[in-house]
Write a new protein. Structure first.
Ligand SMILES: [Zn+2]
Length: 61
C-alpha cells in the first residue's frame, strides 16, 4: 500500500497568486487587492480629500 503525498501548489507549477499592491502579501481576491487593504487606501484618499476641501478659517473679520 503506497500513497503519494500531495505536492504543494508552489512546487506543482501552479501560477503564483497576485500580490496586493497595498500590503505586498499574496491575495486570493479576484481584484488582486485585499478588501481590507482597498478600504484602508480608500479611507486614506477620502481623508486627504476632506482635508484639501476644508475651508480655511477666516481671520481678522
Ligand atoms: Zn493587502
Amino acid at each position: 500500500m503506497s500513497h503519494k503525498k500531495p505536492v504543494p501548489p508552489q512546487l506543482a507549477g501552479a501560477a503564483p497568486r497576485p500580490r496586493c499592491p497595498v500590503c505586498g502579501m499574496a491575495t486570493y481576491s479576484r481584484s488582486g487587492t485585499h478588501p481590507q487593504c482597498m478600504q484602508t487606501s480608500h479611507d486614506r484618499l477620502l481623508r486627504q480629500a476632506i482635508k484639501d476641501a476644508a475651508v480655511p478659517p477666516v481671520s481678522g473679520a
